[in-house]
Design a protein around this ligand. Structure first.
Ligand code: MN
Ligand code: MN
Length: 461
């Protein structure tokens, strides 16, 4: 059962569309290196497409009707978009959900120190990373600093071409005999990921003069005091833009494809919906997936359920808990998260006929998990059968996949959490090479097919 390469079916028009989507996606990646930056962009795009804030409708007690478009932001780190359909909520809605947090290196709360004429920031990495991949490369700082007076300072250092960048040094090969003999997981320690922040002393300063100059610049440029770092969220990410990859420009190399490629495909799919969809459609972009969907902005929190309750309240004559539960239970969902793309250089960890192949379109993972499907959401065959019909009717290039060979490893997504409501959920995403590396790789055809697949799902599921 070999699946065809999606590129083979494209005419001139498709190729133009594919390139246009890819171009917009690269801009989304460049301007969205943190979950907050992704939410900000999603709100701007939603507003441009006629969406209004659900909080305003709630405040005004405004009755909502089919065709209404609303967004709801949770703590600036996760967001939901709802496009109300003809069918009552009780019949369930069509959800596409992705996550917008990506592996990175977070700056500690008390980060700064000086050693031997160099100033550093201490860090604590976030999510599953191969630590050795993050040294000896240009890095940028993105985030916010919350001042005591309630104001919030946005920080981006290292992206403008006139900006300096940051870096974490690596040991020179000449003295690395012992390091080179270590296991890859031990080559660089977590505490060893300290960001080099400065190398010049402040004139006239005796105590820690290099750190003092760095702090002076932070103060002058951003009005940040050292103490303000106590209430900051600064993420250290790869500096620079996403780039076309390959002589044929068929792929994109960039930071954060996991899972912003699916998040972006969902957003584009929302703009493709008819004025009044048959069912209510929802694009859900969650935070904290990479560390277990925890916290108030992770999928395990109740913001989705709460937003649905508000929708029930504003669309029905009277609020009913039972209607809410039915709406959740009767819903259909694509948990849109990247899939491990088959890598010929690491063929031994894949079982090829059940691997996601780059260029073959959006991948459906009936289950994820590890060691005997542990931690997985195993989607129902009946649901998958319906999806096959929708995908084929809409001429979507799609494939099925598992995350690598049995016993080799595994991973999870937000799928199992939404399945707790009793709704139909399946994992579906874009194949990625070098997943969780500072620069990941996708094929443009898979992004293009994901946009079409998510739109078709929301229209017809
Ligand atoms: Mn992911
Ligand atoms: Mn991931």
């Amino acid at each position: 059962m070999e699946r065809p390469n999606a590129w083979k079916a494209y005419d001139e028009n498709s190729l133009n569309e594919l390139e246009a989507v890819s171009c917009r996606y690269r801009a989304f990646l460049d301007n969205g290196k943190t979950e907050r930056e992704c939410v900000k962009q999603a709100v701007e795009m939603a507003k441009a497409h006629g969406y209004t804030d659900l909080a305003d409708a709630v405040k005004a007690g405004r009755r909502l009707n089919p065709g209404d478009k609303l967004y709801s932001v949770c703590m600036d780190k996760s967001i939901m978009l709802f496009h109300l359909g003809q069918a009552p909520l009780e019949d369930g809605i069509n959800v596409v959900g992705a996550h917008i947090d990506s592996p990175r290196i977070d700056v500690k709360q008390n980060p700064f120190y000086e050693d031997t004429n160099l100033a550093y920031a201490d860090t604590h990495y976030y999510g599953g990373i191969k630590k050795y991949q993050w040294v000896a490369r240009p890095l940028a700082l993105h985030g916010v600093v919350a001042k005591k007076d309630g104001s919030l300072i946005n920080v981006v250092i290292g992206e403008d071409e006139n900006d300096p960048v940051l870096a974490i040094s690596d040991l020179l090969i000449h003295l690395a005999q012992e390091q080179m003999g270590k296991k890859a997981s031990e080559v660089i320690s977590g505490e060893g990921l300290d960001i080099l922040m400065g190398g010049r002393p402040l004139e006239g300063e005796e105590k820690e003069p290099v750190k003092a100059l760095m702090l002076k610049i932070l103060k002058e440029r951003y009005d940040i005091d050292e103490e303000d770092m106590l209430s900051a969220e600064i993420e250290c990410v790869p500096a620079g833009r996403a780039r076309d990859l390959g002589l044929d420009r068929s792929m994109i190399l960039g930071y954060g494809h996991d899972d912003r490629v699916c998040a972006y495909a969902e957003l584009e799919a929302m703009w493709l919906l008819p004025e009044i969809p048959a069912s209510t459609c929802c694009c859900l972009l969650a935070d904290k997936e990479e560390i277990g969907s925890v916290g108030a902005t992770g999928m395990r929190a109740h913001y989705f359920e709460n937003a649905m309750a508000e929708l029930v309240n504003l669309t029905c004559d009277s609020y009913s808990e039972l209607v809410l539960r039915r709406a959740l239970k009767n819903s259909r969902m694509l948990s849109c998260d990247v899939s491990a793309g088959y890598d010929p250089l690491y063929a031994s960890v894949f079982e090829k006929k059940n691997a996601a192949i780059l260029g073959n379109g959006v991948a459906f993972n009936k289950f994820t998990g590890s060691r005997g499907k542990s931690g997985s959401n195993d989607a129902n065959a009946e649901f998958l059968g319906r999806l096959r019909r929708i995908m084929d009717d809409n001429k979507i290039a799609w494939q099925t996949a598992e995350l690598g060979k049995v016993d080799v490893g595994g991973g999870g997504t937000i799928a199992y959490i939404c399945a707790l409501y009793g709704m139909e959920v399946i994992d579906s995403g874009v194949p990625v090479l070098s997943m969780h590396a500072p620069e990941e790789i996708i094929n443009k055809a898979d992004l293009y097919e994901a946009v079409k697949a998510y739109a078709a799902f929301m229209k017809e599921a």
